[in-house]
Design a binder for this molecule. Structure first.
Ligand code: AVI
Length: 324
C-alpha cells in the first residue's frame, strides 16, 4: 500500500492525482497544497493564534540569536543556505543579528516558488542593501544534489525552519536528512526545527483552527484539481478532518466525502467514485521528541550538537553536524 508520502519527487501533479485517487485508500501529497492561493493560505495559517509553531520558533530564534550567530560564524565567512525559505520572517531575525555582528556570509534562500523568492529578495535588499543574497529556485532534492557536487571553499550552514520535515514520514525524513548530510562537510551545520509532542488538544487545534483557514488550505487541493485538470469537485461535499495519534506523534489530515458521489476529471479522462464517508489522506504533520530526533539523526549519519527550545517545550530547533 502506498501512502501520500511515497510518491516520487519528480512526478507531475497530474500523475500523482491519477495515482492517488485511483488507489485504495485514496491519498494526495501535501506538497501540492502550495500554489499561489495555497502559499497565501499558509501565510495566514502561520499568523493564526492556534498555529503555535511559528510563534514558538520565532521566540526561540529571538532569545538565542546571539548564541546561534556565534555558532554559525567562521573566519573565512559562510554560506547560509535556507531550504523552503518562504517569506523568511524568522530568518530575518537571524539575518539582522548576523549583520549587526558584521559577519561575512552569503544568504542563499531556496524555494520551489520563484514568486516567493522574488518577494523575499526584494525585502531583504530593502532592509540590508549590501547583503549578499543569491536565491535559487528548485526542489530541496535537486538543490541539495547540486550543492553536494559543488566544490566548497567555505563553511555551509543549512537552515530548515518551521518543522517542514514533519510533512515527511520517518522513512522519507531519514532520506531527506541523509541527502542533506551528503552535501555537508565536518565544519558545516544543519539548523532544523522540529515540532514536539504535546497536549493533543493543542496539536489538534493547530490543524483545525476556528476560522477555517486550515480547512480552506486542505480543500485547496480539490480546487486546484478543478482548475488545472478540469474536474468537478463540489468542495462543500468534503469535510476537513485532522486526527492526532499521541503514540506515533503523527497528525494526519483527511478530506472526507460526506456523500456517495462521482467526480469527473476531464483532463485525466477519469471518473472517481467516492462512497459516503470515504477519505482522501492529504497530509502528515509529524510531532517529535528528543529520542525520535536522535534516532533520525543517527540513521542519517548526523548527531545533535546543540538544541534550543521555547519555555513551554512546544518546539525545538536542533543543530546537527555530520558524524566523523
Ligand atoms: C509546512 N508544514 C510544516 C505545515 C505543518 O504544520 O504541517 C503545513 C500545515 N498544514 C496544515 N497547517 C499547516
Amino acid at each position: 500500500m502506498k501512502t501520500n508520502q511515497e510518491t516520487k519527487f519528480e512526478n507531475t501533479f497530474e500523475e500523482e492525482v491519477y495515482e492517488g485517487l485511483t488507489a485504495f485508500p485514496k491519498y494526495l501529497s501535501s506538497k501540492w497544497f502550495y500554489d499561489k492561493k495555497g502559499d497565501k493560505l499558509f501565510q495566514k495559517i502561520m499568523a493564526l493564534p492556534e498555529y503555535y509553531l511559528t510563534e514558538c520558533e520565532r521566540a526561540i530564534i529571538e532569545e538565542n540569536k546571539a548564541d546561534i550567530a556565534q555558532l554559525f560564524s567562521d573566519k573565512t565567512g559562510f554560506d547560509l543556505v535556507e531550504l523552503g525559505a518562504g517569506d523568511g520572517k524568522k530568518t530575518k531575525i537571524l539575518l539582522q543579528e548576523l549583520v549587526n555582528s558584521k559577519l561575512n556570509f552569503t544568504y542563499r534562500p531556496i524555494d520551489i516558488s520563484q514568486n516567493v523568492l522574488d518577494e523575499l529578495e526584494e525585502d531583504v535588499l530593502k532592509r540590508w542593501p549590501k547583503l549578499d543574497i543569491k536565491t535559487e529556485q528548485g526542489t530541496y532534492f535537486n538543490i541539495l544534489n547540486k550543492l553536494s557536487e559543488q566544490q566548497k571553499d567555505r563553511k555551509m550552514v543549512i537552515v530548515v525552519l518551521g518543522s517542514n520535515i514533519g510533512n515527511l514520514s520517518h522513512q522519507y525524513a531519514v532520506e531527506f536528512l541523509t541527502t542533506i548530510r551528503k552535501s555537508m562537510q565536518p565544519d558545516d551545520l544543519l539548523f532544523m526545527g522540529f515540532d514536539q509532542k504535546k497536549n493533543p488538544e493543542v496539536i489538534l487545534k493547530a490543524y483545525n483552527d476556528s476560522q477555517g483557514v486550515t480547512e480552506s488550505f486542505n480543500k485547496n487541493l480539490l480546487s486546484r484539481i478543478n482548475q488545472e485538470m478540469d474536474a468537478n469537485f463540489e468542495i462543500d461535499n468534503f469535510k476537513h478532518w485532522p486526527v492526532y495519534d499521541p503514540e506515533s506523534g503523527t497528525t494526519k489530515s483527511f478530506l472526507v466525502s460526506t456523500k456517495d458521489q462521482t467526480i469527473t476529471i476531464q483532463k485525466l479522462n477519469l471518473d472517481i467514485h467516492f462512497s459516503a464517508w470515504e477519505s482522501i489522506h492529504t497530509e502528515i504533520s509529524q510531532k517529535y521528541d528528543d529520542d525520535i530526533v536522535n534516532w533520525l539523526a543517527q540513521e542519517a549519519g548526523l548527531y545533535i550538537e546543540k538544541q534550543y527550545t521555547d519555555h513551554q517545550n512546544y518546539f525545538t530547533d536542533y543543530i546537527f553536524r555530520i558524524k566523523k
